[in-house]
Design a binder for this molecule. Structure first.
Ligand SMILES: [Zn+2]
Length: 412
């Protein structure tokens, strides 16, 4: 991988800097100066890019993706399923074979779109069930490896069709963990398996034995969902899994009385549990401000995009961050910046990184947009002028970037 010099960019809208990249990481960063030799010299194959004073952000982090499910790129698929979670599961299982899902090809189409829009790291749930076994995980890994640039990936082995109600699925999850999945998923232990203690004990058992994390889809609302929050908190504490357990969706915490909500927020914070949201428009709002003030890491993800669960989603994390901020009623500058940080730098823990930002030592994941400041970037979601993932230029809409070396050849 050749060295890269990115000149004249404004990280988070601050003063312009030049930065150097080697081995996929940011190795130095200094004030922009047109004559600074540190920004003008390099090995013969060094790539030089002129950032033209654009706003620089770290690559976006999709903390809740389903890279294996999309039919994006295929002819339009009209939705013929049902309104409930159970109905959608049935619909997906009945029709995915007709679409050739999961496959490397469909995953690559979706991945290419999202990376070109600036997402450089993913936590993806991948279906593991009696039909596809562990094939989906292999397809997703192959697609990510084939994208042409280093892209961050954490895999959640996801029992979309239930766990205890499908004998054999627990063994598959255990095998997935043994073969390198980063997290074991779960799904509505009460309403899908109708045995919340049983499902959670089984999932946490694998996590404890295999040293992996747990990331549970919890749609159940009200007291039923709140009860499962408590069960998850208990097991996280008992096994010392702080920082390794995530609740996805978790609508119940936005669906209970204020006193109950406060107690749940405190319990989640104290246990070191993280929360991911997909900013849904038709579900109870999570108390994002309260969660963050309590110290809970909140991640943002797209959920499925154009799949057998529904036709929506364009894969743009910046637009999704706008929606999250609007739904939360955020208007102040600091809140708008927080929305972009949730979608990028603050999401480091969701993709197994100590740091994910435009700082020395971090992975060289950079997005440039034409915006005065980070707030304008959020509300405008302007086109991505440049995307760098792991030190490789994947999108370059800046013509004439060549300066004393060879110009970038974007891989997408
Ligand atoms: Zn999901």
């Amino acid at each position: 991988m050749p060295e890269l010099v990115l000149r004249n960019v404004r990280p988070w809208g601050g003063a312009a800097v030049d930065l150097r990249v080697a081995g996929g990481r940011i190795t130095s960063m200094f004030p922009h100066d047109a004559d600074d030799p540190r920004a003008l010299t390099g090995a013969p194959d060094t790539v030089f890019v002129d950032g033209r004073g654009l706003l620089g952000l770290p690559g976006f982090v999709n903390a809740h993706a389903h890279l294996d499910k999309s039919w994006l790129g295929l002819p339009w698929v009209s939705y013929g399923g049902e309104a409930t979670t159970e109905g959608r599961i049935r619909h997906e299982r009945a029709h995915r074979d007709e679409l050739g899902i999961p496959s490397v090809a469909t995953t690559t189409t979706l991945l290419t779109k999202m990376v070109s829009l600036g997402t450089t790291a993913f936590r993806s749930h991948v279906d593991v069930d009696l039909g596809v076994g562990l094939d989906g995980i292999r397809h997703v890994r192959d697609a990510v490896a084939g994208i042409g640039a280093p892209v961050g990936l954490e895999v959640v082995a996801f029992p979309q069709d239930g766990v205890l109600r499908r004998p054999g699925v627990l063994d598959l999850l255990d095998r997935a963990a043994a073969e390198g999945a980063d997290h074991i998923g779960g799904l509505d232990p009460a309403s899908i398996d109708r045995d919340p203690v049983g499902q959670l004990d089984a999932l946490f058992g694998i996590a404890d034995r295999r040293g992996v994390g747990v990331d549970i889809h919890l749609h159940d609302g009200g007291e039923l969902g709140a009860f499962q929050y408590e069960l998850i908190v208990e097991r996280t504490r008992a096994l010392g899994l702080a920082g390794r357990v995530n609740i996805a969706h978790g609508f119940a915490i936005g669906d209970v009385q204020a006193v109950r909500q406060r107690a749940l927020v405190e319990a989640v914070a104290d246990a070191g549990i993280t929360i991911t949201t997909v900013a849904p428009v038709n579900a109870p709002r999570l108390p994002l401000t309260e969660l963050r003030e309590a110290g809970v890491s909140v991640g943002l993800g797209t959920d499925g995009i154009r799949d057998l669960w529904g036709p929506y989603g364009d894969g743009d994390m910046l637009r999704l961050a706008t929606r999250m901020a609007q739904l939360a009623g955020w208007r102040r500058d600091e809140d708008l910046e927080a929305a972009v940080r949730i979608a990028s730098s603050d999401a480091a823990p969701f993709v197994g990184r100590e740091v994910h930002d435009l700082v020395v030592g971090a992975a060289a994941d950079v997005v440039l947009v034409d915006a005065a400041n980070v707030q304008e970037a959020l509300v405008e979601a302007p086109p991505r002028q440049l995307v760098i993932s792991g030190g490789v230029v994947v999108v370059d809409a800046l013509s004439g970037g060549e300066q004393g070396g060879r110009a970038a050849r974007p891989v997408l």
